[in-house]
Design a protein around this ligand. Structure first.
Ligand SMILES: [Zn+2]
Length: 397
């Protein structure tokens, strides 16, 4: 057992970093924490789990939130508040700032990109600038644009592209022009803007705001799809993508508007669920490697819990996100390694036809039925207006 104690900050947010602790062996460990008041009484306590496996094919699991709004646009807290909260309180490794593209002013955009540069710290915290392209669903729907390159080497092409063309959907704000003029619109125009440097960009279609329309797809730019956020859980969006044949990895983020990125708690009606997290399998915590892992779809998505899902071929050479070619249709085996705090009730696998495999741990355990489990979900309505939009989900604002 290792025991350590440290004083915390007296005012405002508080966090404590215990450095120089090392574990001597592989294995499963418990981390027990307690916050004491100055009289020494425990105010709050908690337990979490840590698995160390030196032979794991990935050195470390990174957690990111790639969808965060500050008061540059629709959020209620400043960018520095959001970034500090994400790094110090939520303990994120990776953060993606998303300015609503129609609303952000040039001055605020430039200032926040500069702030991001000062906070990006290889080995500790990777932060990407980005925008939310806010086209309505009939024009392609919301897509976040993450600028993956080092801004000092390749300046984000926003609010104008390198040719001087407008790179935002339209401009509308209290400081903006009197007339509403469509800019980069519809989604095809966004593809045209960034496809020439696809490796430096990542587009993430998502639900919430203006629901994305997966009738549009650009395989070089769109590598992940957001299937969970404070708006709700959208597994159906992934199934929609798979049915269409789109090869997309998964992402879940907060879409945080209130400064609590990295798994903010549910709040007002439209933000009724906890924000999600994107798990990232990158060899190291730096912009280049995280960007490559995101584009390689080496990710998993959680509902905000620090869960881990690893799927690989038995030889450990290929992971989720990779494409594997089957020779002569031999039986295909995959190893899976799921880690969590409380155990899993079931693990399921789907393909384009639906559920193809399931393990039900409740029935496998053959334990007496002493637990009543209550689950609920929001309403999903399928609609087919002209085959363009297949799904409608409540709540959507
Ligand atoms: Zn958003």
């Amino acid at each position: 057992m290792i025991a350590a104690e440290q004083p915390s900050a007296k005012e405002g947010w508080t966090n404590v970093i215990f450095s120089n602790l090392s574990l001597p062996t592989d294995g499963d460990f418990s981390i027990e924490t307690a916050l004491k008041n100055k009289e020494g009484s425990v105010v709050v306590s908690g337990t979490s789990h840590l698995t160390i496996a030196s032979n794991a094919s990935v050195p470390r699991i990174l957690f990111g939130d790639l969808h965060v709004h500050s008061d540059d646009t629709v959020g209620t807290e400043s960018s520095i508040y959001n970034f500090s909260y994400g790094r110090d309180i939520a303990g994120l490794d990776v953060l993606g700032y998303t300015a609503n593209d129609f609303q952000i002013t040039r001055a605020r955009w430039d200032a926040t990109v500069e702030l991001i540069q000062t906070l990006n710290e290889p080995g500790r915290f990777v932060i990407f600038p980005g925008t939310e392209w806010c086209g309505n669903s009939a024009a392609g729907g919301d897509h976040n644009v993450i600028f993956l390159a080092d801004p000092t080497k390749y300046s984000p092409e926003f609010p104008f592209d390198r040719h001087g063309n407008v790179a935002r959907s339209f401009e509308w704000s209290e400081d903006g022009p009197d007339d509403l003029v469509p800019g980069t619109w519809p989604l095809d125009e966004v593809y045209c803007t960034y496809a020439g440097e696809a490796e430096s960009h990542l587009l993430i279609p998502h639900v919430g705001g203006r629901r994305c329309n997966l009738a549009w797809h650009h395989p070089q730019l769109e590598r992940l799809v957001e299937i969970g956020s404070a708006w709700g859980q959208f597994e159906w969006l992934l199934r929609d993508a798979v049915r269409r044949g789109w090869k997309l990895g998964v992402s879940a983020n907060s879409d945080e508007h209130r400064g609590r990125c990295g798994g903010g708690v549910p709040g007002t009606a439209v933000f009724g669920t906890r924000g999600g997290l994107t798990g990232i399998l990158a060899p190291s915590l730096d912009r280049e490697n995280v960007a490559a892992a995101l584009r390689a779809r080496r990710t998993f998505a959680t509902t905000g819990q620090r869960l881990v899902g690893l799927v690989s071929t038995p030889d450990g050479q290929s992971f989720q996100g990779d494409e594997v070619e089957l020779v002569n249709m031999v039986p295909f085996e995959l190893d899976y390694h799921f880690l969590g705090e409380k155990g899993f009730s079931s693990i399921e696998a789907f393909d384009a036809s639906g559920l193809i495999w399931r393990r039900n741990f409740w029935s496998e355990a053959q334990l007496p039925a002493t637990i009543l489990r209550v689950t609920w979900r929001s309403k999903t309505v399928r609609s087919l207006p002209g085959g363009v939009v297949e799904w409608y989900h409540h709540p959507v604002g």
